[in-house]
Write a protein that binds this ligand. Structure first.
Ligand SMILES: [Ca+2]
Length: 405
């Protein structure tokens, strides 16, 4: 076993005209101790931060055990970087500090209990050791309880902030976000300020919300599946729960056991057999075929951005929006979950629109949508890139006072 644990090649980093790292290369083998020595400003911290993926390097390559390439996003699996400025124990050996963080994070990531001693600083400045147990919420089987990750009050906080940010953009605060792509909500606005513990989210929870909405990625940072939309159904309860509402659904409890990298590989293996992503529809369209897509903005199973991503690719491959709009449309359905339901107007007649289009050549300009979530309400359902916008006057429950804009 003489393969390097770490191999760095030609790492470079500049701050403006100032070059901090100039093609730095080195290897570290098992059992080897490597010291980096230099005066302040020599680039030691920059080197470590580029290595750890904290700071983007301009050029160069980092490889881990077995010569495996380590892109920045994957480096925290292979390396642990603790800057001396935040060392919690000034009188402890480096090794002890590193092992503490490794074990603590390892335990938390796996939903395990961590037990050990933590050094505290007393008011008089002296240090003393405290026997400490840190544990995530666990069930009887020792598994993390996902329903307690984002609590009911957290969910309400997020839902309220989301509506506050995006509901009125369509002209009326009516509990529906009509233009999902125009909603620029960022849960970071809910981050607890110093000393605040109520009506806010910890940085960890903000990160978890973003991670869930951003969709799954491999350890190397490659997007495996599109993210989701910030829409009113993200905290929905019921048999099909919203993306931020963990708990038992109709397929049983949620799982954290997904090996995304492995799944991605497995999917690539069967792709030629099940590929449904072909975008060349010229034969279909030239024969007069019409194709209408619709997807619930709050579908937590298949992301609306997945269907929409296909639609965009298909449009690009078939002559662009003007050409394709003559035979294909895409509808975002605000608030709707998987195929129906949610705080949505999920009743609309796409079949009639299709028949009129095919048989009479009438291009659908908008559909009328109703739904039991909002009794007495109607809205136009608009083909992308338009959405329903309130005209500014008239009964807000009546579709006639809205337009596709
Ligand atoms: Ca609205």
């Amino acid at each position: 076993m003489n393969d390097p644990l770490l191999a760095v090649r030609e790492l470079a980093k500049s701050y403006g005209p100032r070059r901090a790292l100039d093609a730095v290369s080195f290897t570290v083998r098992p059992g080897e101790v490597l010291g980096l020595i230099g005066p302040n400003g020599a680039g030691k911290t920059t080197l470590f931060e580029c290595l750890a993926g904290v700071l983007p390097a301009d050029a160069g390559e980092v490889r881990g055990p077995g010569g495996r390439p380590l892109p920045p996003a994957a480096r925290n699996e292979a390396m642990f970087y603790v800057p001396d400025g935040i060392a919690p124990w000034p009188d402890q050996p480096v090794c002890r500090v590193l092992l503490f963080f490794r074990d603590l994070w390892g335990a938390i990531l796996q939903g395990k209990v961590w037990h050990g001693e933590i050094e505290n600083r007393a008011k008089d400045g002296s240090f003393y050791w405290v026997d400490t147990t840190i544990f995530p919420f666990l069930n009887a089987a020792g598994k993390p309880i996902l329903t307690q990750a984002i609590t009911d009050s957290d969910q309400k906080l997020i839902a309220d902030a989301l509506l506050n940010k995006c509901d009125a953009k369509d002209g009326v605060a009516d509990g529906m976000i009509s233009d999902p792509l125009g909603c620029d909500f960022d849960p970071a606005v809910l981050t607890c300020k110093e000393g605040q513990s109520q009506s806010c989210l910890t940085t960890e929870k903000v990160a978890a919300v973003k991670k869930a909405i951003d969709g799954p990625k491999t350890s190397g940072g490659i997007q495996v599946y599109p993210g989701f939309l910030y829409d009113t159904g993200i905290t929905a309860s019921g048999p099909i729960r919203g993306i931020l509402s963990p708990g038992p659904g109709i397929f049983g409890p949620a799982t954290t056991a997904m090996e995304v990298d492995a799944e991605k590989e497995a999917l690539a293996g069967i792709q030629p057999l099940v590929d449904s992503m072909a975008t060349n529809l010229t034969t279909f369209s030239s024969h007069g075929g019409k194709l209408i897509f619709y997807h619930g903005d709050s579908d937590p199973w298949f992301s609306p951005l997945d269907t929409f991503g296909y639609y965009k690719d298909m449009v690009n491959a078939n002559g662009g929006p003007d050409t394709v709009s003559k035979w294909s449309q895409f509808y975002f359905v605000p608030g709707m979950g998987h195929c129906g339901g949610g705080q949505a107007l999920d009743q609309f007649d796409l079949l009639r629109a299709m028949v009129n289009w095919v048989e009479k050549g009438t291009v659908p300009l908008s559909l009328t949508a109703k739904g039991k979530a909002f009794p007495g309400r109607s809205r136009p359902l608009c083909p992308f890139p338009k959405h329903a916008q309130y005209k500014g006057q008239g009964n807000i429950e009546d579709a006639i006072n809205f337009e596709c804009r």
